[in-house]
Design a protein around this ligand. Sequence first.
Ligand code: GLN
Length: 541
Amino acid sequence: MVKNKKCKYIFVTGGVLSGVGKGITAASMGAILKAKGYKVTMQKCDPYLNVDAGLLNPVEHGECYVTHDGVETDLDLGHYERFLDFETNKYSITLSGGIYKELIEKERSGGFHGKTVQLVPHFTNLVCEKIERASANSDIHIVEIGGTVGDYEGLPFVEAIRLFANKVGRRNCLYLSVVYVPFINTSKELKTKPAQNALKDLRGFGIIPDIVCVRTEKPCPRAICEKIAAFSGISSDAVVNLPDINSVYDVPFNVLKSGVLQILNDFIGDDSEPDMTKWEEFSKKRNAKHDRTVTVGLVAKYVGNDDTYICVTEALKAAAAWNDVDLDLRWINAEELASEAPSQALELLESCDGIVVPGGFGLRGMEGKIKAATYALENDKPYLGLCLGLQMACVAAARRGGLVHAGSEEFLASEDYKKPRDFKNVIYIMPGQEGKESTGGTMRLGDYPAVLDKGSKVARIYRKTKVVERHRHRYEVNQEYLLEIERGGLVVSGTSPDGKLVEFVEAPKNKFFVATQAHPEFKSRPLDVHPLFREFIKSLK
Ligand code: GLN
């Protein structure tokens, strides 16, 4: 069945706990292999029953990452893109819900010709097909299985990746298991038993890993790895320690130091050194002592939860490193900011060098974001608006321009909102999208082109007038109110090629006030920072 004969596959599973850096470890290996000159792709198989990640609560599940072809996915795909500087696509994410949906639809339409439909072989074969599909044209394809081995929902995926080796040959597959070894403070001991059990479980499913990454808080004695190796029937060279480290972008260096490179080299039959020059340069920039710290206020509904806005925070951090400044990121509670009374949120806003209003959904926090945009407009405070950040900036400008009750139609979707009689829908629902507000997959998603005005600030920032950015939103700027928006200080500086959709606005009188309907953070890379973030941070220096 496998068409891509030259491809090698790396399967990454986790044991003991999830959330101990499986995705980053996998992506770091990908980055190393890419630095050796290979075409590397990555895929996430997530066992939960959702069909896609679009309707998942970002607080519980982290940011929803959107691929260029418009699929709402897991934040891990963002890590993959940042580490490997490639574009994931709809094949890069495989969820149980999607697999079941496809199987059931096929069954309902008689596609199984009366056969009993089962987890094995139907589910597992379909997963194998998805893996093969996602690996098209690549030299090395890395598949991360979400959760931990032994989770009920994940079992068919584990069986599928075992089965995959039968199809392509075991020598073309490398299994990597990331296990956690906790430190028990009372007895001052590292405990290997959970890791041993996790590896025993994996063995029970017919997989003996080629590499075991032992995650610990601090570097652990070699004896710990040896013990795990001895109890798990794995060669001790294959068990390596990956302790916590300050920055995820140093993990590739940790992986290189750990002895994993030799195993990878043996696997692909290539002893060449990876060219890590760009990574080293970035690491040096990031870890350097800087004289200047810039403070950025992130006006958000969910404060203090890095994962919820991870692409935005990663883009800002990388932009700071490349601008040779330290970043002091301050979370500003949008709801608190909305209150009339003086608040800590307002003080924070005033004390920041610049403001970012990221994307968001729902009425909660919107007035605070409008207030932040108004403040930035009126006080010449650098402002970067991302998606909802553009919409709220337009509402702020329209109000300044005379439309006292300017708002977004998204307000109206909330029962808490009392619509004033002279409500003006400066942000409105996309034509053709009416009535679909609460369902998944109905937004403008993925890449859309925009044309920038020659001579605009954004055209100068991008150094071109045709750009493509990723989108994820339902509402658009209502061009009926452009006059008021302009009177309030903002001009449209980029639109869709047909001029129907507003894509960029900016305040010509301000030092830096730029907002986009898109999510440029999805395309920012640590080694290739998005120009909007780079220039925003530069304006704060
Ligand atoms: N809630 C807004 C919309 O749907 C903005 C979405 C976003 O910021 N991603 O249009």
